[in-house]
Every structure is written in C-alpha cells, then in structure tokens.
Write a protein that binds this ligand. Structure first.
Ligand code: GLA
Length: 387
C-alpha cells in the first residue's frame, strides 16, 4: 500500500497537534541575544567557550564549540513554562569523559560503517572499529571531540553560531582534507536550524548529523515512553545483529516501526519482533517520505502531559530514531539528574547507515569541487495537554 500523502499525514496528526495559540507572554519590544562565556579548559590547555543564544520569546540554547555540543535547550510547554529538553552536563568535564554523544555534532560519518571499511575508486580505506566490528559516528576521535572555531552572526529575527573545523586528510582513516562548517540558527519564529556544509580536496564520504537526546518533559524527568511520535516514513532499513543495514528497504506497514499515525513511543518498544530485539528498542534508520528537494517534515513529537512539542524538518533522505536504549543511569547530568534507560530520544537526520558499502542507497560520496549541504530544522510547538 502506498504511504499517506502529505495531506493525509497532517490530518492524521491533528488530534495530537491541535496547536495552541501560545499562552506565554511575549514582550513585543524584546529582542534576541547572544552572549559568550568560558566553558572550561581542555587537557591541552585550550579554552572551550559557551555561546548562549536567545530568541525574542525567551527560547534559549547554550552551545559549546567543543564538539559543537548543544548543552541546554529551553523551550515552552503549553502553559508557558520553560524547561531544558536536552540531556547533557553542566561542565566541560562531563563531556571530556566517555558519554554517548550528548548534543554533539557527529562526523565525518554519522552512524555505522560495516566492518569499519569502505572502497572508493578501488582503494580500500580502513577505519577504527569502535562499535564491535564496525565504525560508529566518525571513529575514536570524531567531530564530537574537536574544538571548533566559532563566531556569531546576528540577523533580523535570528542569532547564528557559526562553527568551523578542518579535518586533515586521513583523519580517522577518511581520505581528503574536509573543510566543515556547521551553522546553528535560533529564530524568533521558535525554530532552530542546523546547516551543514563541507568541501574536500579528494573524493571522500560525508554524513553529518547532530546527536541531541530530547526529553520534552524536561531533561532528567523520567523516561520518554509516553511521548507521542509521528514519523513520515513508510519504509525503514532493517539491520543485522551489529545494527548494519541489510540493504532492504522494508515497509513499516504492520510492524512496530509504523509511526505514520501518532503513537506512544512505548507502545511497541518491547514488541516480540526481531528488529526491535536487535535494536533493544528503536535504533533504526527511517526512509523518509520526502516531497521535493528542500526541507520536508520528518517527524512530530508531543509530550502529552505538558503539551511541549517538536517538529523535525530536513533535507536528508533518512532519520535514525534512537530511544536511548543504552542509557543505564550511570551518568549524572545537569541538576544532578540521572539518565536511566530510555530517558531521552534522538532524531538523527542523515543519509542511511553504511551507505559507502551499499550501492543502492543514496550516495554519501563528496567530490572535490562539489559542496556537501544538509539542513535540519527543529520547530518548537505546543499542543493541548492531555490530563
Ligand atoms: C547512535 C547509535 C546507537 C548508539 C548511540 C550512542 O544513535 O545508533 O546504537 O550507539 O548512538 O550510544
């Protein structure tokens, strides 16, 4: 059966997302702002900074140029209360210790590359195996662990943090010097946009994303199983035991992966299903039902008790939906909160995992003289809370 049209998809969404006229009090004269402060010192003595972007309505995010990590993200619920919806740490030290990519830019290759190798023009490139047999999220020292150059730009109605990093030829095994720029823009229309740009001097592969873990009840406030999610995807990429796609694009119809109508994240997360068992819950790439070339609505999530919501729009063909199955409560986050299993979810917009080894998947190859461009928008919304 063909997937729902865009129109049907929106209609299906209406009950959950009967959007409220915001009840927060907006000072018409208010303006957005950017401030910067020191975040901490890296072991090599370099200083990481923390940039605080605010929009005119009071939505606020703090981002460090270490790993481009989104440290806090404060958005409104239906009653006009702000909460920090991003899991993470209060200090740089938290991010210098091992952690599961909280808030970070992921590169050069977001997600997994099978057997940690790929071949381009007859040359095989070997990557570090940092996830069993496979390479995950750019390797041992990926873009999440780099100190990025930073500058800010103020536009009419928006604040932008521009981060740049030059990855040397051969870094983590990848060919080509990769000039990378990530632009984070918070706008007065309550959207947060991420633009990724890259160029190379040798043929290479690129797949950049962001690994923010959201909890729309507020970070540290329990699990995310009651959140309602809608994902605009009629197919997903099933995986083997090592979470590498088999190459099949499988219809979600009749599976726990069918989120074409809003459903509780927890409703089928422990279903008796081989794919669910392999992911220990959801840890899968969805093949988005895109329309056109530009930004397309990928997902909408509503937390029913607060009415706090999020839409994800992207230019990418795929999105990894990960439900924090590997969180185990051992990390102490902001406000001394623990992060138990499934206390955050990620919506990692991306090309499909293992694309360099899957000729039938959309290509992640970047050639010299060409530009890699990708954009994702998080739109902060509210809906009538359910009591
Ligand atoms: C990703 C992967 C997960 C897990 C997390 C980090 O999103 O798909 O399997 O590795 O990162 O813990």
């Amino acid at each position: 059966m063909a997937g729902p049209t865009r129109r049907q998809w929106f209609q299906a969404a209406l009950p959950a997302a009967a959007l409220l006229a915001s009840c927060k009090s907006v000072d018409k004269g208010a303006r957005g702002s950017v401030t910067v402060q020191e975040f901490g010192k890296l072991p090599n003595g370099e200083t990481a900074q923390l940039f605080i972007l605010k929009n005119r309505n009071g939505i606020e995010t703090a981002i460090t140029n270490y790993g481009g990590i989104i440290v806090t993200l404060k958005t409104y619920d239906a009653r006009g209360l702000l909460a920090d919806v991003a899991l993470g740490f209060e200090t740089l030290d938290g991010y210098l210790r091992p952690h599961p990519y909280f808030g970070a830019i992921i590169g050069r290759y977001g997600n997994r590359i099978g057997k940690a190798r790929f071949t381009l023009d007859g040359v095989t490139y070997t990557l570090a195996k940092n996830d069993g047999e496979n390479s995950l999220h750019g390797g041992v020292e990926g873009f999440d662990k780099k100190l990025w150059k930073a500058r800010t730009e103020a536009g009419p109605g928006s604040q932008t943090l521009v981060l740049s990093y030059t990855s040397p030829d051969g870094e983590e095994g990848y060919p080509g010097t990769l000039q990378t720029e990530v632009r984070y823009t918070l706008s007065d229309d309550d959207s947060f946009r991420i633009d990724y740009l890259a160029t190379t001097d040798k043929k290479t592969v690129v797949n950049l994303t962001n690994h923010t873990y959201f909890n729309l009840k507020g970070q540290g406030n329990g699990d995310i199983l009651d959140h309602e999610i809608q994902i605009n995807a009629s197919r997903f990429t099933p995986v083997d035991e090592g979470l590498i796609p088999t190459g099949e694009l499988r219809p979600v119809e009749g599976t726990p992966f069918d989120f074409r109508k809003p459903a509780r994240i927890g409703a089928r997360i422990d279903a008796d299903d081989e794919q669910i068992r392999r992911g220990r819950g959801y840890d899968h790439n969805f093949v988005l039902d895109r329309e056109g070339e530009g930004l397309s609505l990928a997902a909408r999530v509503i937390e029913p008790s607060t009415g706090r919501g999020l839409e994800v729009w992207t230019t990418e063909p795929g999105m990894q939906f990960y439900t924090g199955n590997f969180l185990d409560g051992s990390l102490v986050g902001k406000g001394g909160k623990a992060y138990p299993r499934r206390s955050g979810f990620c919506l990692e917009t991306q090309h499909f995992p293992d694309s360099p080894n899957q000729p039938a998947f959309p290509s992640t190859v970047l050639e010299p003289g060409k530009e890699y461009r990708s954009a994702t928008v998080w739109k902060f919304i509210t809906a009538q809370p359910k009591k």
